[in-house]
Write a protein that binds this ligand. Structure first.
Ligand SMILES: NC(=O)c1ccc[n+]([C@@H]2O[C@H](COP(=O)([O-])OP(=O)(O)OC[C@H]3O[C@@H](n4cnc5c(N)ncnc54)[C@H](O)[C@@H]3O)[C@@H](O)[C@H]2O)c1
Length: 337
């Protein structure tokens, strides 16, 4: 366990996935510093989570070096969980420059602040979007990386920077390539607050609960039912994987690149059918504009993460759907502005 005067920096901790990691690390007794510019995150989850332990919030922007330096000077940071990023694929196809500035330059600033202050352990939120159209399934970590959109490309570039900071500056990293993240805290206290969410299961649950109409947003693709196939991983399973990666680095584990998925592909239509089954409803499905930069089918080979981190995703689709039900019953309109 870390000493009280040392803390873990969680960038993007006010966002969807980051806030679930904040929750778990606080529950495990770690002091946490959240760094977030609140461009897509909220103060409210941090207010809720404050009750669990020592949580400091530092509002700042990765693009501004001085914001980062201030945080590293003020707190004794021992390791970094780096979630902060822009992550809308569609937006990245319209404004790639925002993604390279925010995700790549922002991450470089973070790495430089870490280097200056002697912090070398980092867990990075990468994505299966770095692989692009799949050459074989399931996708293992050796699969070629040919991102189909600037979002995935920006994450790939950060991976490359980390590898070089490892070789040249002694950084130790765990790059976690998440597949599709779903669900909310099982107690319903925190969750995804984007309206509408960019995430399928979230939107399907909101549709089934009558919060807003549900729309399909994909173009027909070559899969078993013509809808895209993805690998869904619950946000609490993901937070557990971060804790396992943190413990792994603490015990002097070597740098790693790991897929975080369930190892199983579900189509958009299958996910919607599962939501309908859990709620006992049939939803009206509106067809919306297809998202640009999407690909047909991807699911993970998660065995390396299971072996190295001694971690296993535990939640079923139904668990994730029920956690979302609890979350949206608690806050149908999401966090306060
Ligand atoms: N949601 C998914 O399915 C998924 C899949 C793969 C990877 N990821 C990755 O996981 C991470 C978290 O995703 P999320 O879904 O929680 O997104 P999110 O938008 O909810 O959270 C991102 C957080 O980062 C903050 N942020 C963005 N730019 C910043 C900057 N320049 N300075 C400071 N803070 C900044 C935002 O305000 C937000 O709170 C991202 O890195 C994303 O690329 C997500």
């Amino acid at each position: 366990m870390l000493k009280r005067n040392k803390a873990i920096l969680i960038t993007g901790g006010a966002g969807y996935i980051g806030s679930h990691a904040v929750k778990l690390f606080l529950e495990k007794g770690y002091a946490v510093v959240v760094f977030d510019n609140l461009s897509h995150g909220w103060r409210e989850p941090l207010e809720i989570l404050k009750k669990l332990g020592t949580l400091h919030f530092e509002k700042g922007d990765l693009r501004h070096k001085k914001d980062l330096v201030k945080v590293f000077k003020k707190h004794k940071i021992t390791a970094v969980l780096h979630f902060a990023a822009l992550c809308l694929v569609n937006e990245s196809m319209e404004q790639p420059e925002l993604f390279f500035e925010n995700n790549v330059l922002g991450s470089l600033n973070l790495l430089e602040a870490m280097r200056t202050h002697g912090v070398k352990d980092i867990i990075f939120s990468s994505t299966c979007a770095t692989y692009g159209e799949t050459k074989y399934l399931p996708v293992d970590e050796a699969h070629p990386q040919n991102a189909d959109n600037p979002y995935g490309e920006s994450k790939f570039l950060v991976e490359r920077m980390l590898i070089w900071y490892g070789k040249l500056h002694g950084f130790k990293y765990v790059i976690l390539r998440y597949f599709n993240v779903c669900g909310a805290a099982a107690d319903g206290s925190i969750g995804d607050s984007k309206k509408p969410s960019q995430l399928l299961m979230q939107n399907a649950v909101r549709g089934a609960m009558g919060i807003e109409p549900f729309s399909f947003t994909y173009a027909p693709v070559k899969t078993r039912d013509k809808s895209p196939v993805r690998d869904y991983i619950d946000v609490e399973d993901l937070a557990e994987a971060h804790l396992a990666a943190f413990n792994y680095l603490e015990k002097n584990g070597q740098s790693q690149i790991l897929n975080l998925g369930n190892g199983q592909g579900f189509s958009v239509k299958e996910i919607v059918a599962e939501v309908e089954k859990v709620f006992g409803v049939t939803m009206k499905k509106q067809k919306a504009v297809a998202r640009k930069g999407e690909y047909a089918e991807i699911f993970a080979d998660p065995r390396k993460a299971q072996r190295i981190l001694k971690w296993q995703s535990k939640k079923t689709l139904q668990d994730s759907i029920l956690s979302l039900k609890k979350w949206y019953e608690n806050k149908p309109q999401g966090y306060r502005k």
